[in-house]
Design a protein. Sequence first.
Length: 251
Amino acid sequence: MKLKRIQQVENYIQQQGSISLDELCSVFNVSKNTIRRDVNELEKRGTLRKVYGGVVAVENTLVPYENRTIQYQEEKEKIAAIASTLIKENDLIFIDSGTTTSQLLNAISPDLHFTVLTNSLDVVNLVASMENIQLILIGNSYKAKTRSFVGVEDEELITKYNIGKAFMAATGVSISNGLTNSDLLEYRIKKMIVEKASDVYLLADGSKFNKSTLLTYAPLEKVDTIITTPNIPAEYQIFCQEQGINLLTTT
């Protein structure tokens, strides 16, 4: 309940821009001590800054999906191209929602036969024109901000699939907090997929490292392969060597 409330508080503050602590208490029906703890947590994560009697949202905390698609476009395409070579005939894979993972199928041979599970609208649209790919959609509610489907009524359904490879995205990546995102419903799907998949591939450009957001859906050591740009911090290269994580970088 606490994590869900903090997510709701964060979203509300982002929508309002600025708001008093008294109004937050009224909206969420909690004490001022509780809302102060929530605000302190969000301040640590860089979501907001405190002002006298209230809070102000930090500008551009959540970059719109359209803008994130444009940012680091060439790097994202190169990462996705490397990831596409890892898909083999008759694979059962999961493709996460995200601006890098959504490009994964662009470099795939049209003659390759495999099955895709996804909650990404962009992936669904791509698969629609690829007759050799079987599509399984996860999520029963559409979230326009991230172009993804969220919410799973029967969570056991996901665990029934023998997912061989999961190609995952993350809002932030850190050694201490692992793979993170900010949406509670997306978090649940990501967490279940990582726990079920035989091999987990993280697709993330260098700008995502040494950052973390509200929710950790997997520790970094759970990843089998990281596909990224060459500019990631040295400590992550060392971490991958120590943990036996395969590190693939673009040129």
